[in-house]
Design a protein around this ligand. Structure first.
Ligand code: GTP
Ligand code: MG
Length: 217
């Protein structure tokens, strides 16, 4: 949950990249860290990996200042996707403000994606998040590989789902900033309702996204 500190005029937000093992969550974070132009880009911490697999989590801190002087800080995490690390996933998911679900676009990964998405819904409920209203984006990654579901097939399958879908090749850096921006757009109305970002801090949705990614609004 967003934490507001009126003393230091600081708003801290937590974002989590969730999804099945090897879908490309850590790769998204690496690419985000590389591509963002935000002036106060913190150091990326990629913790304890074994054969490319996250054992605990990765963390990328990021921040920018609103025209009012409010410092908006993001703590962006990845969870470990391997089934065995469920308690870590739950701990990382706790008190999150928004989730990017990274799915693997390959046809062979459909069941893994589905199970991981169910695991996200279960764990969200377990840590007390309101899953129906949680800002969430579903990214279909690894578009560069053969044997992926077509965009039309994916849109058809997810037609009744309320969440925006994005397509990415995180290894090539494609769709990474777009996905993050779509999540921020999902997040903005909630933050604005709670913290009056527009009225008190001079930030509309586009300026909020531009501040976070370091581009001109
Ligand atoms: N071809 C291709 N490979 C990718 C892409 N994104 C990630 N990979 C590769 O997939 C493998 C797993 O990526 P990671 O980012 O470590 O996956 P993860 O989701 O963090 O996995 P866990 O930490 O086990 O949950 C690595 O070898 C990546 O280079 C992509 O868009 N295209
Ligand atoms: Mg990882």
């Amino acid at each position: 949950m967003a934490e507001f500190d009126p003393q230091t005029l600081k708003l801290t937000l937590k974002i989590v990249y969730y999804g099945p093992s090897l879908s490309g969550k850590t790769t998204n974070l690496l690419s985000l860290h590389e591509q963002l132009l935000t002036p106060s880009k913190g150091q990326l911490m990629v913790l304890e990996t074994q054969n490319d697999r996250t054992l605990f989590f990765d963390l990328f801190p990021l921040g920018f200042r609103a025209p009012s002087g409010l410092l908006i800080k993001f703590k962006i995490y990845t969870v470990p996707g391997q089934v065995a690390h469920d308690s870590t996933r739950k701990a990382v998911l706790s008190r999150t403000d928004g989730v990017v679900f990274v799915a693997d676009s390959r046809k062979t990964q459909t069941v893994n994606n589905g199970e991981s998405f169910e695991n996200l819904a279960d764990n969200a409920a377990r840590v007390g998040l309101d899953f129906q209203h949680l800002p969430l984006v579903v990214q279909f990654n690894k578009r560069d590989l053969p044997d992926v579901l077509s965009e039309t097939e994916i849109h058809d399958r997810w037609a009744t789902a309320p969440w925006p879908l994005t397509f990415a090749s995180a290894l090539q850096g494609q769709g990474v900033i777009e996905t993050f921006s779509v999540l921020l757009a999902q997040l903005f109305p909630r933050l604005d309702a709670e913290f009056a970002l527009q009225a008190d801090h001079g930030l509309d949705s586009d300026q909020f996204i531009a501040g976070a990614v370091g581009s001109a609004a």
